[in-house]
Design a protein around this ligand. Structure first.
Ligand code: PMP
Length: 430
């Protein structure tokens, strides 16, 4: 049945849709951290809609509010609703550091890319600049502005010109760069400093520094201590806004509400989407320091800037995470999973590095020469699928196994999934 649906979709859907050919699955039902396919097979979901389903598929606490709201009112454009004001207040209560009690929110449309577009405009408006700094390996989305900031895709070349004044600086990745953590951070910070401070080496008019506190699509690249605080200093010294893209790393994924909090650094502007919509409703938001709220009414209009049902879902998801202390759970369970993967890595020269925070986990695979090996990861993904576990991939070279399970994943279910992942690694690499 799955195969039939996939075949039909291939025939009638856009050629822009990318299918993981190794996991021919058609989803029929999801519950918590499991999904069932059209043939009745159940899988443990270790990728959670790429970081969307933090409170689990069909979370009943969230859905109760969704049904209630949908029965009452679905759409208002930007007219006030209880749902909208409630979510703004809840986002303030969980906002990182300096942003808490000192922020405004502009809601986006359905995708994370929308939140990035708002952040680009806001940064430009406030600085009067046009130059944007992003990082190698970055992924910020596929709309034209966001795609200008994205670096890890070959798709860009067909769609130029994009925003022209964008420079991609090195993101500290000690494993890939063969540097120590200190060297990798120092190198990245030096490069960004030069780009921001010396117009001849970078941008004449810097407007913002866009960074993922942990690179997701780039391979769950987790920067060493000192990188985010170094960027904060550069931003402060030069009056350039620091923008954290928390679309994948945020909303509890890493065991803090926002990944930047692990280093105690708060941004001037922050983007969120994905898990913000509760159980998968499309919603994004750009949260920024109140002082930056200078742009004019109508500057960033849009029909779906905040969808009432999605907003209710987002508020309930925040409550659910708080009531069940899922941040602590994500920290504990994530540490267990990483420890388990590190045990596997100890005896396996192909598993180069295990990294991440909380339930945002990456395992990088290399060939006999230590070079990136995506074939290993594809085979692991397929083996896992055949044994009832869904995992995802990442990395500039496609050689990183990525786990982003719902935060409601239990220790027992995680053990079962990790047995399969460990077997898969052994089968594929030995
Ligand atoms: N930023 C980051 C960090 C992301 O991971 C993504 C999506 N993978 C985006 C932006 C774009 O979000 P969307 O696909 O919802 O447009």
């Amino acid at each position: 049945e799955s195969e039939k649906l996939l075949e039909k979709q291939r025939n009638i859907d856009s050629s822009a849709v990318a299918y993981p050919e190794d996991i021919p699955i058609a989803f029929e039902e999801g519950k918590g951290a499991t999904v069932r396919d059209a043939d009745g097979n159940t899988f443990i979901d270790m990728f959670g809609g790429i970081g969307v389903l933090n409170v689990g598929h069909a979370n009943p606490y969230v859905l109760e509010a969704v049904h209630e709201q949908a029965d009452k009112l679905v759409h208002t454009v930007d007219f006030p609703t209880e749902a909208r004001l409630e979510l703004i207040e809840k986002l303030d209560a969980i906002a990182p550091g300096d942003l808490q009690g000192n922020n405004r929110v502009v809601f986006g449309g359905p995708t994370g890319s929308d939140a990035i577009e708002a952040a680009i405009k806001l940064a430009k408006y406030n600085t009067g600049g046009d130059g944007l700094i992003a990082f190698r390996g970055a992924y910020h989305g596929m709309t034209s502005g966001a795609l200008s900031l994205t670096s890890n895709t070959g798709a860009k070349s067909h769609y130029t010109p994009l925003l022209s004044d964008v420079v991609h600086a090195p993101y500290p990745n000690p494993f890939e760069q063969g540097k120590s953590a200190e060297e990798a951070v120092a190198h990245a910070i030096e490069e960004v400093t030069a780009i921001v401070e010396d117009p001849y080496s970078g941008l004449a008019n810097p407007a913002g520094i866009f960074v993922e506190p942990i690179q997701g699509e780039g391979g769950v690249v987790t920067p060493p201590e000192g990188f985010l605080s170094g960027l904060r200093d550069i931003a402060d010294d030069n009056g350039v806004p620091l923008i954290f893209d928390e679309i994948q790393s945020g909303f509890g994924r890493t065991g803090q509400w926002w990944a930047g909090e692990h280093e105690g650094v708060s941004p001037d502007i922050m983007t969120t989407a994905k898990a913000l919509g509760g159980v998968g409703f499309p919603l994004s938001a750009t949260i920024y320091r109140e002082e930056l709220d200078t742009w004019e009414a109508g500057d960033h209009a849009g029909t779906y800037r905040g969808h009432v049902v999605a907003m209710r879902a987002g508020s309930r998801a925040i409550e659910y995470i708080q009531q069940h202390d899922l941040l602590a759970h994500a920290r504990d369970l994530g540490a267990d999973i990483r420890a388990r993967l590190k045990d596997v890595a100890d005896g396996n020269s192909h598993l180069g590095e295990v990294r991440g925070r909380g339930l945002f986990i990456g395992a990088e695979f290399v060939d006999d020469n230590g070079d990136p090996d995506s074939a290993i990861v594809d085979s692991i993904q397929q083996y896992c699928y055949e044994h009832g576990v869904l995992v995802w991939t990442a990395g500039r070279h496609g050689n990183v196994l990525r786990l982003l399970p719902p935060l409601v994943l239990t220790h027992d279910l995680a053990d079962t999934a990790l047995d399969v992942v460990a077997d898969a690694i052994e089968q594929v690499t030995t």
